[in-house]
Design a protein around this ligand. Structure first.
Ligand code: SF4
Length: 337
């Protein structure tokens, strides 16, 4: 039994013990693992687990500089290197976030919503409330986004069929809001692709990696964790497999790990009081307003940068939230009348 696995037994926490057993087993099967370090709290635990089980020192570590990163995160990476005696390779984004937003558009609400709006904008959509078959005829190469817009899909056998998943209806009154206030700036989901996904893919190719280790937890919620069913996914094309060592950790398992192994997180958590880190001021964060207040206080230059890069999206989101409130009030009044 390895030293690390033995020490995990002392925690008496099943998720931690099971996680260590899995980590030992997964690492033994791969030759060139790459571990993504974000500087966030989940990533800190992943790094600690991997360091404790990687007896042959075969795991490489990397961090992607998206072009919009906290100073505290960069300092934390230096601390992690010292603590574990490792090197964390700093990778530049294929296109940093500020350039992506300028070139393709700003993220708004969520990845899926941004992608559909981007497609509609590319076809010069007029934000009109018409039946799906009519819109499909007018904008023939924009089927998925039009389905999203119409909350429906079309089949020759059944005609127009209502759908609730992947539809604009999942964001209450967004369609009504957009028809009344068409966006006058470009919206896009491209910055995740060029600042995060592509640089990681290129690194996997460079090292011919057979395993990518990432810090995703099921309990974190959101589209990122929802896109995985379990802690390991085998590559379909015999390429790089994906492993998430803390996937099954609940918030209390995470706390238990931090206390037992004495994990120190970055100043983003301990000093700034942020609940999560990532790209500074990302408009997908539903609590971005609170986050921006914290950024203004602790990293004022980054606050100004975020306002310059995402300012249109922040303003549009505020307007949408006010619209939602107004519609809610109106609906309530009509019901009570
Ligand atoms: S997380 Fe947000 S800011 Fe960061 S790359 Fe993705 S959309 Fe852009």
């Amino acid at each position: 039994m390895s030293k690390a696995f033995a020490s995990s037994l002392d925690t008496k926490n099943f998720a931690i013990i099971d996680g260590y057993a899995k980590a030992v087993s997964v690492l033994s099967r791969f030759h060139t693992p790459l571990c993504s370090i974000s500087g966030g709290s989940d990533s800190d635990i992943v790094l600690d687990v991997i360091q404790n089980v990687d007896e042959k020192k075969k795991v490489r570590y990397f961090w992607i500089d998206t072009g919009l990163e906290y100073r505290a995160t960069k300092e934390h990476l230096n601390d992690l290197e010292k603590k574990y005696g490792i090197e964390i390779e700093r990778i530049k984004a294929c296109k940093p976030i500020p350039i992506c937003c300028k070139e393709y558009g700003q993220p708004f609400l969520s990845k899926y919503v941004s992608e559909q709006i981007m497609r509609l904008q590319m076809h010069e959509f007029q934000w009109e409330d018409k039946p799906l078959p009519e819109l499909l005829e007018k904008y023939p190469n924009c089927k998925i986004a039009l389905q999203w817009w119409c909350n429906a899909y079309y089949s020759p056998e059944n005609g127009v069929v209502k759908m609730s998943r992947f539809s604009i209806g999942r964001n209450r009154w967004l369609k009504e809001f957009m028809m009344a206030n068409p966006p006058d700036f470009k919206i896009s989901n491209k910055c995740c692709e060029y600042a995060k996904k592509k640089p990681a893919k290129l690194l996997i190719q460079k090292y011919d990696a057979d395993l990518e280790i990432i810090g995703v937890r099921k309990a974190e919620g959101g589209i990122r964790s929802a896109s995985y069913k379990t802690c390991f996914s085998e590559s379909k094309s015999k390429g790089c497999n994906s492993y998430r060592p803390v996937f099954w950790y609940t918030d209390s398992d995470k706390k238990a790990y931090e206390e037992f192994y004495g994990i120190q997180h970055s100043r983003c958590y301990t000093e700034y009081g942020l609940k999560r880190t990532g790209c500074v001021g990302c408009p997908y964060n539903p609590r971005v307003t609170e986050e921006l207040e914290i950024i203004r206080k602790h990293e004022p230059k980054l606050y100004t940068a975020a306002q310059n890069i995402f300012g249109d999206s922040y303003a549009y989101t505020r307007k949408y939230r006010a619209f939602q409130k107004m519609m809610k009030k109106k609906t309530k009044e009509n019901t009570n009348a």
